[in-house]
Write a protein that binds this ligand. Structure first.
Ligand SMILES: NC(=O)c1ccc[n+]([C@@H]2O[C@H](COP(=O)([O-])OP(=O)(O)OC[C@H]3O[C@@H](n4cnc5c(N)ncnc54)[C@H](OP(=O)(O)O)[C@@H]3O)[C@@H](O)[C@H]2O)c1
Length: 236
């Protein structure tokens, strides 16, 4: 049966790979993003539908609802990133602004989108967290940790309807716009060395885990954080 999948931030990186994987199943895929040109190109490449929507803006999320069918099977809250890149330090007012920016980008984006779509959902919500949510740093890590806590609320609220809510928490994942050109060769080598697999994560690694969580095999798997990082952060 054809399902409807919504992937926020689906123009690039992990979101794009996720949208592509669901499209391969023949699903109807709606991707969102803020940059209209990048979104339109990806939507055309994948045969998905692109809807411009800033997931941190309540009015835009409400407008997104008008573009969606009565049933949405899977929501992937992927939009986000570390908003501290390129922002100045200094002063409590700036500190506050920096923290709020990361909380908006990574927590409130998911809260607004999930709340808006909840009445229409049928199967799964997958939030994209981060290895940073388990070990920092700063406001980015805190925002992803808070997202994992929010996912528990969603799991409890929607569980009786058979809907799961989980976090997929990537470690370093190559071929995305996440680092905005700021990743040095030295840091990249450190991130690779920290894995047990001795390779970089790929967007397909993350998309595959998201796809599994939305599959029939994962219907009793909810309220969890699945770390996908090649063993860079082992769990017991
Ligand atoms: N790459 C990594 O190593 C890594 C590791 C851990 C976690 N993550 C997480 O993985 C997720 C995907 O990131 P990525 O690595 O694939 O990087 P990316 O290529 O920068 O993808 C992020 C996407 O989200 C969109 N976006 C950002 N803010 C948005 C908003 N407010 N509303 C709608 N769309 C928004 C961006 O497009 P527009 O700018 O056009 O909106 C972009 O397409 C993020 O949540 C990130 O925190 C990444």
């Amino acid at each position: 049966m054809t399902r409807t999948i919504v992937v926020t931030g689906g123009s690039t990186g992990i979101g794009r790979a996720t949208a592509e994987l669901f499209r391969r199943d023949g699903d109807d895929v709606v991707i969102t993003g803020r940059r209209e040109d990048v979104l339109a190109k990806t939507a055309a490449d994948l045969g998905a539908r692109g809807v411009v929507c800033d997931a941190t803006d309540p009015e835009q999320v409400e407008r997104l609802l008008g573009e969606l069918p009565a049933q949405v099977d899977v929501l992937v809250n992927n939009a986000g990133g570390n908003t501290n890149f390129g922002r100045p330090d200094g002063g409590l007012a700036q500190l506050k602004a920096n923290w709020i920016a990361n909380l908006e980008a990574n927590l409130l984006s998911a809260v607004l989108t999930t709340t808006a779509l909840a009445p229409r959902l049928s199967t799964a919500v997958v939030h994209i967290g981060s290895i940073a949510g388990a070990r920092g740093p700063g406001s980015y890590g805190a925002s992803k940790a808070a997202l994992a806590m929010y996912s528990l609320d969603v799991a409890a609220e929607l569980g009786p309807r058979g809907i799961t809510s989980n976090v997929v928490a990537p470690g370093f994942t190559a071929d995305t716009e996440f680092f905005q050109g700021r990743l040095t060769g030295e840091r990249r080598a450190q991130l690779l060395e920290a894995t047990m697999t001795k390779r970089e994560g790929t967007v397909s690694d993350i998309a595959g885990t998201i796809h599994f969580l939305a599959s029939p095999a994962a219907r009793h798997l909810t309220g969890q954080v699945l770390h996908v990082n090649g063993g860079a952060l082992p769990t017991r």
